[in-house]
Write a protein that binds this ligand. Structure first.
Ligand code: HEC
Ligand code: HEC
Length: 269
């Protein structure tokens, strides 16, 4: 007498396996069909997308930029700023760095003044943010910002020189406000113009809510402020990250530029 086969006996398992395999098969099939529909058929069915082939369709459905169509990636025909403003860039306060910076700054004094206060129309550097001094020097050095007078001086500076010089000027006292009499700001400075996408200057250049990377412009020579606004507007100066200043300057009228320059320089009387 042979024993009755139990449910777990070898005879029962081919059917159980079969069922298992079919279940997996159906799932995989459903997956493949939906992937083909979702990633290939539907994207290809949209004429607007102008997809070249199946791989393009898959990339587009996955939200990945497809292969570049041009042979080479498109590069701007000018240098862009290579400076990344990190929190570390703002803490350049060690005494040794400041001391080295003071020595290096002797060669800058002829234009920027012995204490960073220019008597010519060069920008004042006293009390300027370290991140700004560093960024501008680096931009002159890499060619992202170009100036016939300034560029040669930046070209010979090493990375550490630029850090030390930035620490030194940031350590010097800020200029007192050039508007002791409390001259009210012109409209363009106080309110900007929302219709033209101009934020109030103080939103970035303000004493309190200074936005990282925006230079201190209070007390700069009027001629310097004006020339920079004009240079941003014409695109001659284009080292501002994300075109923050170019977008604004392009929208300003010549008389607004003059009013802003007079106000910030303290020559508004
Ligand atoms: C011969 C004159 C001259 C000398 C020397 C000189 N600079 Fe300048 N510097 C200028 C002028 C002019 C500008 C404004 C350039 C412009 O209009 O874009 C400038 C701009 C700058 C700026 C940008 C300021 C800002 O607010 O954007 C920095 C930083 C700077 N100089 C640092 C230095 C340092 C550091 C040295 C010494 C190693 C130096 N300069 C030597 C004339 C000079
Ligand atoms: C959205 C922020 C923002 C606003 C608003 C803004 N600026 Fe600027 N501005 C910047 C930044 C950032 C820079 C530095 C660009 C760079 O990296 O060299 C700059 C640079 C400048 C400079 C050159 C300073 C120097 O030392 O080189 C001047 C002048 C200036 N701005 C004037 C103005 C005036 C006037 C207004 C108002 C009409 C204004 N800005 C509004 C962000 C702003």
């Amino acid at each position: 007498m042979s024993p009755t086969p139990s449910p777990s006996s070898p005879q029962a398992s081919p059917r159980a396996d079969n069922w298992h395999t079919r279940a997996i098969g159906v799932t995989v099939l459903a997956f493949v069909v939906s992937a083909v529909v979702g990633f290939v058929a539907l994207p290809l069915a949209q004429p607007d997308l102008k997809l070249k082939d199946v791989w393009d369709a898959i990339c587009s459905a996955a939200g990945v930029a497809s292969r570049p169509t041009a042979e080479k990636p498109i590069e701007p025909d000018f240098k862009v700023s290579s400076v990344v403003l990190t929190p570390d860039l703002l803490n350049l306060e060690d005494a040794q760095s400041i001391g080295r910076g003071a020595t290096l700054a002797h060669q800058c004094a002829i234009c920027h003044g012995p204490a960073g206060i220019s008597r010519a129309d060069s920008p004042n550097l006293t009390g300027q943010y370290a991140s700004v001094v560093y960024k501008e020097l680096k931009d002159f050095k890499t060619g992202a910002r170009v100036n016939a007078v300034m560029t040669p001086f930046a070209l010979v500076l090493s990375e550490q020189d630029m850090i030390d010089i930035a620490a030194y000027y940031a350590y010097l006292p800020r200029l007192p406000s050039p508007r002791a009499d409390g001259t009210p700001p012109p409209r363009i400075v106080a309110n900007g113009d929302p219709m033209r996408g101009i934020a109030p200057c103080g939103a970035c250049h303000g004493e309190l809510d200074n936005k990282r990377g925006s230079p201190r412009i209070d007390g700069q020579p009027a001629q310097y402020i004006l020339s920079q606004l004009q240079a941003f507007a014409s695109g001659e100066r284009r080292n501002d990250i994300s075109q923050q200043m170019r977008t604004i300057a392009r929208q300003m009228t010549p008389s607004e530029m003059e009013a802003a320059a007079r106000y910030y320089s303290g020559e508004s009387r």
